[in-house]
Design a protein around this ligand. Structure first.
Ligand SMILES: Nc1ncnc2c1ncn2[C@@H]1O[C@H](COP(=O)(O)OP(=O)(O)O)[C@@H](O)[C@H]1O
Ligand SMILES: [Mg+2]
Length: 221
């Protein structure tokens, strides 16, 4: 199942085995899947019509945002550096009827769903004040800078979108509201600096909560 030049995957439904649902939101569902025998994450997006762009030009289509971001993350080597999951391609359309009952919540949508296929981390937990460490946090700050280097604003800067992988490194996930640019102008650079400050500020809060011995998710960052 080698991806095409645009990273689209030509798959037969029989190539995809859904193992379990990991997480669900209104916009998408994240699954652990096996594709041609390899374990992957499939983030499958509902499609009830393209919401298009905001008046200020912001893309409101979550699938397109995530896809554009991963194209750049791959192109700029961020996937290879391990600061984000490896991007294995996308599936243009899947028929939920082929995956009964796991995709039944997609069957009433106006259009067939589309999917992003990513590296799966079996031992991963969201960053919180219990697993926090200064070393891990430095990793997260470096990660967001690498993402900016790929001309992307993440736009969903929360500890829940940082996975601690095997307890030893952090990986940024969830680019479905990210903005991908063709180049970084003064305004874009300023926003990157703002995002780095946001990351650093919740780092301090997590550290503080850890010092107080609080359990995870007591505070909202
Ligand atoms: N590559 C991955 N490996 C393992 N688990 C993942 C991976 N990507 C996402 N997840 C799990 O799925 C959850 C939701 O993913 P995310 O992309 O943040 O979706 P949402 O847009 O619904 O927030 C994450 O919090 C994490 O638990
Ligand atoms: Mg998320």
């Amino acid at each position: 199942m080698a991806p095409q030049g645009d990273c689209s995957l030509e798959l037969d439904p029989r190539d995809i085995v859904i193992q379990r649902e990991i997480s669900r939101s209104e916009a998408s569902t994240v699954f652990e899947v096996r594709i041609c025998g390899k374990t992957r994450v499939m983030k499958l997006f509902h499609d009830n019509g393209d919401p298009g762009y905001s008046r200020r030009g912001r893309d409101l289509n979550r699938f397109r945002c995530e896809l554009n971001a991963y194209h750049n993350l791959l192109k700029f080597g961020v996937c290879d550096s391990g600061f984000v999951p490896f991007f294995h391609g996308f599936i243009d359309r899947l028929d939920p009827a082929d995956f009964n009952p796991q995709l039944n919540h997609f069957r009433k949508d106006r259009f067939l769903p589309r999917a992003i296929i990513l590296e799966y981390f079996p031992v991963a937990e969201k960053l919180n004040c219990v697993n926090y460490s200064d070393d891990l946090f430095r990793y997260a700050v470096k990660g967001i800078s690498k993402i900016h280097g790929a001309l992307i604003h993440h736009h969903d800067i929360y500890p829940k979108n940082i996975l601690v992988v095997s307890g030893s490194r952090t990986v940024w996930i969830d680019f479905d509201v990210a903005m991908t640019f063709t180049d970084l102008g003064v305004r874009e650079k300023a926003y990157c600096e703002y995002e780095v400050e946001l990351v650093k500020s919740f780092g301090k809060l997590l550290k503080n909560d850890q010092l107080q011995g609080l359990p995870p998710n007591t505070s909202y960052y």
